[in-house]
Design a protein around this ligand. Structure first.
Ligand SMILES: O=C[C@H](O)COP(=O)(O)O
Length: 215
């Protein structure tokens, strides 16, 4: 299982979380990545943890004020990027163009979607992975793996029907190792989570709990 920790815009210390994630990944052998704010990418990458961007813009170099270029996040140390997160939705054409931009910069990609129907649609664009996240469960106490297991099962099935080379992750409310194990039992090959680590009093302990069933 891949554990992708999105720090969103939470007021946590990105370097503290990244250092803990690096250590827990090294110790457990579990693949863990951290997606900080764009301005923190270099600091996070300097810890040695696998580093992802939260978004990249659909455009190339040029007159695009406010853009987050795929090339720039790669230069800052990112090796992957989220796209179309529920809190940063994109037009379909822009997802497609951002996937092209990520490809130019050699970034791994994970496209988020609300439900299995959208998962099928974004899988057809050819990302490395997709992540199903019911918006109503994001940031809440109920893990998607318990609250809506069918959405994970159906997303796995929907993606496989389009392209079975695309990995399917799930997220929303995941915060414990039991949640991670349950998601794996539903067919997910990765977890996208945020508040369970970024808002934890002890992010290192939260990460250790997440990987406990995977050791
Ligand atoms: O990017 C992460 C997801 O939106 C899940 O967030 P959450 O773990 O706080 O529910």
């Amino acid at each position: 299982m891949f554990i992708l920790v999105n720090l969103k815009a939470y007021p946590c210390d990105p370097v503290e979380v990244a250092t803990a994630a690096r250590d827990v990944a090294d110790d457990s052998g579990v693949r863990i990545a951290v997606a900080p704010q764009a301005a923190h990418l270099s600091q996070v990458a300097d810890t040695g943890v696998e580093t992802w961007a939260q978004h990249v813009s659909p455009n190339d170099y040029g007159s695009h004020t406010g853009s987050t270029l795929a090339e720039a996040v790669a230069e800052a140390g990112a090796t992957g990027t989220l796209l179309n997160h529920s809190e940063n939705r994109m037009k379909l054409a822009d997802i497609d163009a951002s996937l092209d931009a990520a490809g130019r910069a050699d970034l791994e990609t994970c496209v988020c979607a609300n439900n299995p129907e959208q998962i099928a649609g974004v899988t057809a664009l050819g990302p490395d992975s997709v992540a199903v996240e019911p918006p109503e469960l994001i940031g809440g106490p109920d893990p998607v793996s318990d609250a809506d297991p069918d959405i994970v099962r159906n997303a796995v099935e929907a993606a496989a029907a389009v392209d079975d080379d695309v990995d399917v992750y799930c997220g929303a409310g995941i915060s414990t190792g039991d949640d991670v194990a349950a998601a794996g039992d539903l067919g997910a090959t990765g977890i996208l989570l945020a508040s369970g680590v970024a808002k934890a009093d002890d992010p290192r302990a939260a990460l250790e709990d997440l990987v406990a069933p995977l050791r």
